[in-house]
Design a binder for this molecule. Structure first.
Ligand code: CO
Length: 147
């Protein structure tokens, strides 16, 4: 058995929050916290979601609403009709190495396992919450020159 290399979690890039309406969520964050969007809403068809970002001091909130009938967050919103915390996203140095390490360590990578283009324009994978204490974990390639 090969020795597994350490795979440290990088920066917390964002917390994903599913909502039935980005507009309504933005209005709430503005009214309660004085927050505004740092990235206006845009469609991300590859992930079946519409996305917008709110910057916080050390990270971001990623607001996601369903895009299309096959959106993967319809099920979540059925269980959580007013929305809720959906995933956390950590940066990794190498998304392919991270994917392979997750599998080698016995965790399930969602979908085909091929990294998909995420909202930040870098490849991402998702790790099944049954392997991660109930928290859907997104791993994202650290954006070049970001930090
Ligand atoms: Co995300």
């Amino acid at each position: 058995m090969s020795e597994l290399p350490p795979l440290l979690l990088g920066r917390l890039n964002h917390v994903g929050i599913a909502c039935p309406s980005i507009d309504a969520a933005v209005a709430m964050y503005g009214r309660l916290f004085g927050a505004t969007l740092s990235t206006p809403a845009f469609d991300l068809p590859a992930q079946g979601v519409r996305v917008a970002f709110i910057d916080v001091a050390n990270s971001q909130l990623e607001l996601i609403e369903p895009l299309g009938a096959d959106s993967p967050i319809h099920g979540f919103l059925k269980k959580n009709p007013s929305g809720g915390q959906h995933h956390v996203c950590f940066e990794v140095k190498d998304i392919i190495a991270a994917r392979d390490a997750m599998r080698e360590r016995g965790a399930t990578v969602l979908g085909t396992g091929e990294p998909r283009m995420g909202a930040h324009g870098v490849p991402v994978i998702f790790v099944h919450p049954r392997d991660t204490g109930g928290v859907l974990v997104e791993l994202m390639q650290e954006p070049e020159g970001a930090h």
